[in-house]
Write a protein that binds this ligand. Structure first.
Ligand code: NAP
Length: 308
């Protein structure tokens, strides 16, 4: 038997998350069973458990954990993997566990030089960031506004846009401004006066695009004041679809293509240090609820990682 974190019902993560015993999965011909060494926590997991995205009883019990890294325990003959391989699993389901099972298509060789916690925290945010930039076709001619530039998605948006030669202005709490400047962006504090502050940050230049990773009305309204709606990509402002901004959920053939193509380069870039993944907190089977609650609040910069 093996241990896995589940939620038998929707609700406050502290109340509903619990470790449970499950059978160790057995792989089908194209599947891989991975002994989890680390699994990344994302806002999606928190929203899933709280029922923020709907509370369909047919989905219970919930099995959060959308990405992991670990060692192949058993592998189907047609999976392309062998016992003992170090791998990253994305997308995953139920990764806050001792073992996770996934189709070989969702399992990726882990490049040398990358630690399990970092590898387990990279891809969900990373492919989203790359999708946003590819959708906007950002290049060296762009002046890009990033809302939430110090977050998991935002920091990869900033790093990749700077690498593409774009001029980048990014919003964050003042405590994260030095980090954003280090990435190559001009930091601006969100809150009252944001529109003037971002205009001042670029002087006579004109913003050509925005990536919103926050979803607040402030982020959308400031962006709309600076550029046409079709140049604003949001991964979080679902209530603002009627404004004509581009909402990215990962669905649609173009997004799926961007995200699939981003996996191997992101892993290579993280291994080489070109992309930084900072792990700020680890949690285990018994304190998952606290970790979920902390991630949902204003939290320190960096990823929260489950270690069984
Ligand atoms: N649609 C998709 O495909 C997709 C994929 C991945 C994630 N997401 C969503 O994208 C969002 C961000 O995910 P993440 O993993 O990057 O989260 P994260 O690491 O927790 O980052 C959130 C960021 O939001 C910033 N923030 C908080 N309140 C703000 C405000 N009022 N104005 C501006 N910025 C504010 C924080 O900045 P400071 O700490 O500097 O205050 C923090 O950097 C989540 O809602 C997540 O569910 C969507």
């Amino acid at each position: 038997m093996a241990t896995q974190i589940i939620a038998p019902q929707y609700g406050d993560p502290v109340e509903v998350l619990e470790p449970t015993q499950t059978e160790i999965p057995r792989p089908g011909p194209t599947e891989v069973v991975v002994r989890v060494r680390a699994a990344g926590l994302n806002p999606y997991d928190v929203k899933l458990v709280r029922g923020d995205m709907g509370a369909d009883p047919d989905r219970l019990p919930l099995r959060p954990g959308g990405e992991a890294a670990g060692v192949v325990d058993s592998a189907g003959a047609d999976s392309g993997f062998r016992r003992g391989d170090d791998v990253v699993v994305y997308p995953a389901t139920g990764a806050f566990a001792e073992y996770v099972i996934a189709d070989g298509e969702s399992v990726h060789p882990m490049p040398p030089g990358l630690g399990f916690p970092e590898a387990a925290s990279l891809l969900l945010a990373g492919v989203t960031a790359v999708d946003a930039l590819a959708t906007l076709e950002i290049d060296a001619t762009d002046v890009l506004l990033v809302h939430g530039g110090a977050g998991a998605v935002g920091s990869i948006v900033v790093a990749e846009a700077v690498a593409a030669g774009a001029t980048v202005v990014a919003t964050a709490s003042p405590r994260n401004h030095a980090y954003l400047a280090d990435l190559g962006a001009t930091p601006v504090a969100y809150g009252p006066g944001l529109a003037d502050a971002v205009r001042d940050a670029v002087g006579s230049a004109v913003f050509t695009a925005a990536v919103d990773t926050v979803g607040t009305d402030e982020a959308v309204d400031v962006s709309l004041a600076l550029m046409p709606a079709h140049r604003i990509v949001s991964i979080a402002a679902w209530s603002r679809a009627d404004d004509g901004i581009v909402l990215l959920s990962g669905g649609g053939e173009r997004s799926r293509h961007h995200r699939r193509a981003a996996v191997e380069p992101l892993l290579a870039d993280a291994a080489s240090g070109r992309i930084r993944v900072d792990v700020v907190r680890t949690f285990g089977f018994d304190d998952a609820g606290d970790a979920f609650t902390e991630l949902a609040a204003a939290h320190p910069r960096g990823k929260f990682v489950f270690v069984p």
